[in-house]
Design a protein around this ligand. Sequence first.
Ligand SMILES: Nc1ncnc2c1ncn2[C@@H]1O[C@H](COP(=O)(O)OP(=O)(O)OP(=O)(O)O)[C@@H](O)[C@H]1O
Length: 288
Amino acid sequence: MTLSVENLSKKFPANDFYSLQDVELTVKKGEIVGLIGKNGAGKSTFLKLIAKALRPTTGKIEYNGVDINKKENVLEDFGIMIETVFYPELTVLENMVFYLELHDKNEYRDNIQKTLELVGLWQARKRKPGDFSFGMKQRMALALALVTEPEFLLLDEPFVGLDPIGVGNLIGILKKWSKTREISMMISSHQLGELEELCNRYVYIENGRLKESIAHQTNNVLLIHLTKETKTLSFLESPEVKLLPGNILELTAKDSIDLNRIFAELGEKNLIKAIEVKENKLKDYFKN
Ligand SMILES: Nc1ncnc2c1ncn2[C@@H]1O[C@H](COP(=O)(O)OP(=O)(O)OP(=O)(O)O)[C@@H](O)[C@H]1O
């Protein structure tokens, strides 16, 4: 099961520029791809094209080898949270029931309570989302996207409006789903820390173009600031070690590296000034 995007472009008639241009991407089963980029970069446009909420100007999107714009019901197993799609005059519970009826998925009725509990709306199940706060509306949309335990999730800014406990619960369930049920996900977010907990890789979109594909950094990287310049350390040749400008040693903490030996040598020579853990700095992609 894969999603494959070929040469995808979208230009809105009102604009003289492309909101998305020549994007190529493949998402495999169980993969979680984070979509990052500045405001207006084209992330939502991309997700809407995949969700069939927009039609491409050019290009093709295939799911399991089927062109989604040439056949009906290809997205049946997708859970989509892009724009708020509930009925403000129905209660939360009625919205959930109606959604399942509309999609002919009544077999998931038993999931309603646990899904509403997950997003923190079970207590509010008899209220109408029309009067909800922004965050609660987001959670309603999220509950609808999750209730059918879909095979593929498209989530646009799912963490916005959730409190820290809600974010933690959501990350937990999405991680579990990707592992145990191999659900694939594309998630756009400005909350880079949350994405980093979840994603296998990221794509950085800039002015409608897929600028960079970024692998998730799985190993901890340590930066050791040295007290003085040195070129005589015995471990400088190992592939996990890099000497950076400014007398900084970068160490990738893999099993293959003998940290005890390295720290013993550095300590013996009084070379350790400070140590920091280097984060996977997704935010660096936003600097240019
Ligand atoms: N319906 C539309 N009609 C005209 N232009 C649009 C439409 N939807 C989006 N755009 C334009 O397309 C570009 C990409 O917008 P998009 O919403 O995809 O960005 P985004 O990366 O999701 O931004 P944000 O991080 O702010 O949500 C923007 O210049 C936006 O103004």
